[in-house]
Ligand binder design. Structure first.
Ligand code: NAP
Length: 288
């Protein structure tokens, strides 16, 4: 087994972002600003937000955090978003999901100005990604793309994994991970299979793939039976167990196989925050 070291790839990218931010400060006297919004007190979300704020600080990006009460109404959230849309010091707005008490995340995300949508979830940015012909066009247009899928592509590219012409299967079709990732892999000329809970013959489909990306949220979901020799496995899953964090791959079962794989923790997770920093810098530049 060969590990794809997400921590190292992420650290390299963060160092590059930090340098660019420092240069911007020198040249313009300004640095990018990221506003984070947390509604309620979900412990996992609090940890994610804290990591994002620390990462901003380390990169020289200004962060503005807003914590709303559990019982804040959708109108309250949208009013705050509109205020941040108008704030010239805020280049990116991140609404931490999921929202508590069945609030409609879609309407809130829709209220974020597309130019500040650093999570790439606004229909305008999701649409631009879907309509892009290829990777070059995505880069040229500086589209804001969902951080986790973008991080996965960065991991593959930096690990010298060939995407073009390969068969890639994505297990999970969420708007946050699976769907945007399918567009990014297509743009990189992979043949993409989208799998989900109603997919038949998942094991056979995985065995035919060169790249498997699993984003299901079930520990030990992907085991030896899904994997052929030489495959690249990207484990997006984050599952909390009594022994700590683990992904969707039965890591112990596959570790003796001839595969390339991302660990959890230390794989996709750090890349997601790194891409948030990258998107904030992109949003700053796009708006100027
Ligand atoms: P989600 O919205 O719950 O989607 C899960 C997907 O898995 C759905 O498409 C579902 O299919 C599919 N699925 C469930 N059971 C399945 C089965 N038995 N066979 C095949 N597919 C099945 O989750 P998400 O937001 O995409 O997140 C997925 C995982 O990634 C979670 O563990 C999450 O914590 C993690 N995550 C990690 C990062 C990171 O930075 N590392 C970022 C985001 C998410 P249906 O659509 O048919 O229901």
């Amino acid at each position: 087994m060969k590990l794809i070291d997400g921590t190292k790839i992420s650290n390299d990218k963060r160092a590059e972002i930090k340098e660019k931010v420092a240069l911007l400060k020198q040249q313009t006297g300004k640095v990018p600003g990221l506003a984070t919004i947390l509604v309620g007190k979900d412990p996992a979300s609090q940890i994610y937000i804290k990591s994002k704020i620390i990462a901003c600080k380390n990169a020289g990006i200004k962060s503005f955090h807003h914590n709303l009460n559990d019982n804040a109404s959708q109108e309250n959230i949208i009013a705050l978003i509109k205020e941040l849309n108008e704030n010239p010091n805020v280049d990116g707005i991140l609404l931490q999901l999921p929202l508590p008490n069945n609030k409609n995340a879609y309407d809130c995300i829709n209220a974020i100005s597309p130019s500040k949508d650093v999570d790439g979830l606004h229909p305008f940015n999701a649409g631009l990604l879907t309509l892009s012909k290829n990777w070059d066009e995505i880069i040229k247009k500086n589209i804001l793309i969902s951080c986790t899928p973008l991080g996965v592509i960065h991991l593959l590219q930096k690990s010298n994994v060939t995407i073009e012409g390969k068969t890639a299967i994505i297990i999970g079709r969420s708007n946050l991970v699976g769907k945007p990732l399918s567009m990014l892999l297509l743009a990189n000329n992979a043949t993409v299979i989208m799998a989900h809970s109603k997919t038949k013959n998942l094991k056979e489909l995985c065995k035919a793939a060169d790249i498997i990306i699993v984003a299901v949220g079930k520990q030990k979901f992907l085991n030896k039976e899904f994997i052929k020799k030489g495959v690249v496995v990207i484990d997006v899953g984050i599952n909390r167990t009594t022994e700590g964090l683990c992904g969707d791959v039965d890591f112990d079962a596959v570790k003796d196989m001839e595969v390339e794989i991302t660990p959890v923790p230390g794989g996709v997770g750090p890349m997601t925050i790194t891409m948030l920093l990258s998107n904030t810098l992109k949003a700053f530049n796009n708006q100027r």
